[in-house]
Ligand binder design. Sequence first.
Ligand code: MRU
Length: 355
Amino acid sequence: MFTQPIPTIKRDGNTAVILDQTLLPHRCEVRRLTTLDEVATAIHAMQVRGAPLIGATAAFGVAIALVADASDAQLEHALTALAATRPTAVNLHWALGRMAGRLRPLAPADRLDAAWREAEAIRRNDAEMCAAIGRHGYAILERLATGLDRPLRVMTHCNAGWLATCGAGTALAPVYEAQARGLPVEVWVSETRPRNQGLLTAWELREARVPLRLIADNAAGILIARGDVDVVITGADRVAANGDAANKVGTYLKALAAREHGVPFYIAAPFSTVDFACADGAAIPIEDRGAGEVCTVLGLADDGAVRSLRLAPESTAAANPAFDVTPARCISGIITERGICEPARLRDLYPEAQA
Ligand code: MRU
């Protein structure tokens, strides 16, 4: 199974150690989280990011919150505080629901050990789900590559690689699987303004020696239109019951272009990203992160520090919806840990799931 070059999150005693993604791709630094507040800030400020990793971090946060006080009141406080950190990725609520279900019935004295065990299980399960998504997604890449005398050209958006999960990633898991099995692939990576998660994708692919080309977000249309893309695969932050999928803003435009030009468009997402309680995409809450991120950019200064630079004057009006919804009709299939399905047939894969 894929081993993360640096664990995105790991337990160390009664603390968690994360890779601080706000400094990447310029600096690779870890950060220790020791309090509930630090965990909530790490999620909100995107020191950790990506739907599956947000969920796992929240689970570790519950354990950390119980270290000094495992009372009912403290457990409920931790669950509420962590649930409020980011609105769109449903993995956050899935993980907190798992923690609540395991811990609420226990006596306070039994909760801390159980919390760490459950958080570890969530981390491990996520890595397993990524691996299975990689195997199923690889079958698609292998089929599309049949008869080609050049590498298969995959386009992705945002970062849905190992940095966004506890394993190989979601959208990038099939790419890593292809690399491991010797199938030549090349990845188009869009920068993903305003937070530039594409730079994280470029970084992790380059470290793994997977050929990639970084593009400005606006270049995706011309590349798809002129036949330079064989398949688009992105992750998701929440998939509704009808197969509509919310992912990083910009995904929808890629899906539209792919549909117009007959290029297959897949969403790769584990069960923890599926929300059967959301009937369709209109019910998915879309995070608005405020004007600041649009008017500034983080970069490496000459003195080696990672700094925020101002792009637009402070008083510039701006809007910053962080996600968009790709309608099920634009999605060729959803790659899950249980296999690939048409968006509208998601429920067939999870018959045990409640609405
Ligand atoms: O705002 P972010 O960086 O947390 O958003 C991440 C994404 O949109 C990813 O594409 C998604 O979470 C899938 S992660 C495997």
